[in-house]
Design a protein around this ligand. Sequence first.
Ligand code: ZN
Length: 492
Amino acid sequence: MHLAATADLRQAQALLSWDQNVYLPPGAAGARGQQLATLGRVIHERDTDPQVGAWLTALEESGADEGDAADAALVRVARRNFEQATKLPGAFVEDFTKARSASQTAWVGARAASDFSQFAPHLEKMVELNLRQAELLGFEAHPYDALHDLFERGSSTERLRTVFAELRDAAVPLLRSLGERENKADAPLRQAFPEADQEAFATGIVRTFGYDFEHGRLDRTVHPFATSFSRYDVRITTRYDANFLNPALFGTLHEAGHAIYEQGIGGAYDRSPLGTAVSLGVHESQSRLWENLVGRSEGFWQWAYPTLQETFPAQLGGVSQRDFYAAINRVSPSLIRVEADEVTYNLHVMVRFELELALVEGTLKAAELPEAWNAKYEAYLGVTPPNDALGCLQDIHWSLGMFGYFPTYTLGNLISVQLFEAAKTANPGLEDDVENGQFGRLLSWLRENIHQHGSRYEPAELLERATGQSLDAGPYIRYLKKKFGTLYGVTA
Ligand code: ZN
């Protein structure tokens, strides 16, 4: 009951945050901050209540944490949450919160002025605090393990290094050989598209995917996101660009993928620590699967393109399905991660992973970041940022003290292909389903193998159970080579 009530409080906290991002009148920011702070304090007190530790110890002494049953998983997950909450002393958390707030303010100013030197001392501080945090949380092989584990249970630095290097060593030459070909035109996507029609089309698609509007809703924000207040209420947001089709269309598909996952968590885990998504990597695998593996596939547009043309006859009536497919899959090395295509996206992540690892290891000093950043962009993507704002100051994450987070984006991409392959093997003809706008079998497979389990299995075990394999870059590399090799006429 204690944990269930804490789960209620956490969901209420998420709802207040959602409202803050979507509807809060500007004059209410102070009051809302106060409400969130109080709620955060109450939740922290409950998370660290020594009584919880005593209950867990009693359960562990009776062997209740052993074996494969859901109840045993519940004890293990509750123990993990309790340890994480109690290992960081209040004074440290307070220091971190204060430093983070100053760091974020400095980052906003530095980015506006495109001047990294304003942010450098704060970055140094964030690295220092993260090292301290890693010590407090504890680790065996590498301090980065402890940090990354906060976002991806059970993953390791060593594994990331190996798998990411394999991906990088395949993606860099692929990008180079594609670059020797004539690039695709994305002009069809850059026209005036009325927002209401964009919304109607995207809404229709995600409804067909299986996003349940009885238990969700779609709103507008500057930065799109998905958030859950139990499986009965999972909301998404999107942003519209009246002169570019991609942000709202693929953004909505992406966030709906996140939300479909949360809507599918088993009802038996309501208000339990098992009733949440297991990790950010698995979460991202769900958004990427619907956004890219379905939403940017040729088969999908065979079904969806006629409707899109009917929605925008003046803009797309004269654009062939082939040209549209090429446009949405245009590969173009850019400076900005969030706008990257499937081939280059992971290279943006790679740069960040390698640099944050070097910062944590102390082989890179904060002051040296811009130079190192630019060198990696040149080496992997063949582009050099003209200034810090478009370079190492573009992401907010490090200013918030988040180290070990970026790799989850690439983990999501890799896992999405492994899962999609397994779903196709289990359901012969699944690609024909997609060409016919039938997503029921795909959704059922994901429900059965991923969604329903919530946090019951560790990510690695979940993947193993669903696909029979461990994390592997091979399937993603083969997917990239096949799709983009065909599109650009390159034999890879
Ligand atoms: Zn996402």
